[in-house]
Design a protein around this ligand. Structure first.
Ligand code: URA
Length: 215
């Protein structure tokens, strides 16, 4: 199910997107009050086209991983720290025609873009009020815990902690006061690019399933 966003927050994001290389808007999706929220970085092309989070190649991998934890897509709420697709502009030569064509590949969102969506993100997390947050990769992990957090060091290790929220004037973040379990995981795209990571990621999700039964 989709939750209706406060119009004023959506308008604030819309205004900040003007002039940025971002496209589409993908709402979060899942149960109204889930125990678990999975947090991606930003939608890719397929997600921006369909308006559904994690339906592209990373999404297919993510679904395999959540199954390893004994979960299905319907058990979890899925969203991203940035809701629109960040893209770069590249000019490349078409191999057949020799013509120069413009391409718009996906890219990692900038810190400024993450901050532009921060109030909307905070509102969403408070509204769904999960027990457990699963940041997928560094962008979402650092959005929660700050720039020093590193998924390479923290993956698969749950921490009970408060998380960052946007300052009222949007100049940065401060620590909130509500504690969550944060269970950092690699982003599924990480092992699509670096297949040697796959056994580690699979093991993390397997252990996550076991841990869920204990807390
Ligand atoms: N990566 C993300 O972080 N989110 C998506 O929805 C798809 C890919």
């Amino acid at each position: 199910m989709q939750i209706k966003y406060p119009e004023q927050l959506v308008e604030q994001v819309r205004q900040r997107m003007v002039g940025q290389h971002l496209t589409g808007f993908v709402p979060g999706m899942g149960p109204k009050h889930p125990r678990i929220v999975l947090l991606g970085e930003a939608p890719g092309r397929k997600e921006a086209e369909t308006g559904v989070p994690f339906v592209g190649s990373s999404g297919k991998e993510l679904m395999k991983m959540i199954e390893l934890a004994g979960l299905t897509r319907d058990d979890v709420y899925i969203t991203s720290v940035v809701r629109s697709r960040p893209f770069s502009i590249r000019h490349v030569k078409d191999k057949k025609t020799g013509e120069i064509i413009e391409k718009h590949p996906n890219r990692t969102p900038t810190k400024k873009e993450v901050l532009a969506y921060a109030q909307l993100f905070d509102w969403k997390i408070k509204t769904v009020n999960p027990q457990i947050l699963v940041p997928l990769g560094n962008t979402s992990l650092q959005r929660l815990l700050g720039a020093q957090a590193n998924v390479g060091k923290m993956h698969g290790q749950p921490v009970q902690t408060t998380i960052q929220e946007a300052l009222p004037d949007d100049s940065g973040y401060q620590m909130g006061d509500h504690p969550y379990w944060v269970y950092p995981m690699y982003h599924p795209a990480a092992y699509l690019y670096a297949p040697r990571l796959e056994p580690t990621v699979r093991e993390d999700w397997h252990q996550f399933g076991k841990w869920l039964q204990q807390i």
